[in-house]
Design a protein around this ligand. Structure first.
Ligand code: SF4
Length: 191
């Protein structure tokens, strides 16, 4: 995989219990052009290189034992659709992980694109739609605003599986930096 095909990643949480069902590896892609007011993570917006990984390099560095699946968020994962497809295919076909993806696109838009349409077949659960501040609803399950929709593409999960043990969790990184992740009362999913 050449440098141009590397994934541009904002940050990674190797183990989270508040970003989808069970213990999950959470990957935040870098880059999003939408700039939604109230976005949970504006630091992911610029399309500048932050951390560059191949899909193989990503799981070799971060995948812990007993991880049930990967959750991909951002930024906009579908701004790097080729790399996203490689990553999800690797997770599904070689690693046996379940896949949850958050996107600001609508499902109907993704279905129309040949590459994004092909990527959908490696996703178990898609949560679509940008964050809309005037539709913010803190009581929603694993979403920030009422326009955002769950799509369950197979029988692996259902909506109740997104009832998580807590709304947020505190992560202490290798560098000692403390971060919060999950779905707080005021934001979507922080990192
Ligand atoms: S809410 Fe989602 S779609 Fe909107 S700017 Fe933030 S990352 Fe992009």
């Amino acid at each position: 995989m050449g440098r141009d095909n590397l994934l541009n990643i904002h940050s990674v949480i190797p183990l989270s219990r508040v970003n989808g069902p069970g213990k999950r590896l959470v990957v935040f892609f870098q880059g999003c052009a939408r700039r939604c007011p109230g976005c949970f993570n504006p630091a992911t917006h610029p399309f500048k290189p932050v951390h560059l990984y191949s899909p193989q390099g990503l799981y070799k560095e971060f995948l812990l034992p007993d991880i049930e699946g990967i959750t991909v968020s951002g930024g906009e994962p579908f701004s790097q659709t080729g790399g996203l497809l490689h990553l999800l295919r690797l997770c599904k076909e070689s690693l046996g992980l379940t896949t949850v993806v958050y996107t600001g696109f609508l499902y109907e838009e993704l279905k129309k694109g040949s590459l994004s349409g092909s990527t959908l077949k490696y996703i178990d659960v898609l949560i679509d739609g940008r964050f809309e501040e005037d539709k913010k609803e803190p009581t929603l399950l694993a979403r920030g605003s009422t326009n955002q929709r769950f799509f369950f593409f197979n029988s692996l999960y259902q909506q109740n599986d997104f009832i998580m043990p807590a709304k947020v969790e505190i992560i202490i990184g290798k560098d000692g930096i403390i971060k919060e992740t999950g779905f707080s009362k005021t934001n979507f999913n922080l990192n």
